[in-house]
Design a protein around this ligand. Sequence first.
Ligand SMILES: Cc1cc2nc3c(=O)[nH]c(=O)nc-3n(C[C@H](O)[C@H](O)[C@H](O)COP(=O)(O)O)c2cc1C
Length: 234
Amino acid sequence: MSDTLKIIKERHSVRMPFDPSRPIAKQDLRQILEAGRWAPTAHNMQNFEIVVVDDKMALQELGNIKRTVSETFIRENYQQLSFSEEELLRKKVGLLGTNFPPSWRTPGVKPIVEEGSMRPLLTCPTLLVVLYDPGRRAPASEGNFLGIISLGCMIENLWLAANSLGIDFHIVSSLADGPVEKEVKRNLAVPEHLRVVLSIRLGYAAAGPARHPRVRRDIEDFSHHNRFGNKGID
Ligand SMILES: Cc1cc2nc3c(=O)[nH]c(=O)nc-3n(C[C@H](O)[C@H](O)[C@H](O)COP(=O)(O)O)c2cc1C
């Protein structure tokens, strides 16, 4: 149990460039996929497919897809940002502004879309593109809510397995953005009925470990004893 908890607590995002000359060993990749395979899914629907992209040309083509970012993204993203580590440690939720291009975190400045391009994908030896089949849904699940939760369970399994093998992991969800998704599907010959969930960069950070501060709400903040509002469990 303590090993499991340790892996859960140490799992983290690595957003920096990965060393393109350090591939993911096939047996490690198999173990990561094996962890995804055994994830719980609602009604055991196993509603996912994963395209493993390690061909350099294919990665380059994905990385060259033009991304447009919506005003809604910029506005809602801005609301989640902290502008210093102190602020982040105090708030315990959200992200540091430095994770985003300057024009995306400056109020009143028109965001420069190119700053958030897909180029980081070029520096990853393996990209997992997670797809889901909206047709493979648990019965009577409004909005396929249960199916979407299931994808989260599966992705968490991939993440824990990768980190436990010492492999860095970075979710890039922008591959699922409307016009980008269309291009991704075309590039990877994904059948029309499947949707892109997100993509995952796997690799080894080129510059070695550089951890960002990781914050979480306290247990007493989100747990409620017997009735909502009785904060904590004591
Ligand atoms: C569904 C989902 C989508 C995410 N999308 C992105 C993303 O597009 N880019 C990114 O850098 N991180 C992304 N993340 C990572 C989160 O920002 C990260 O897990 C969170 O800030 C906590 O940091 P930690 O993973 O280091 O604990 C995503 C995570 C999840 C679960």
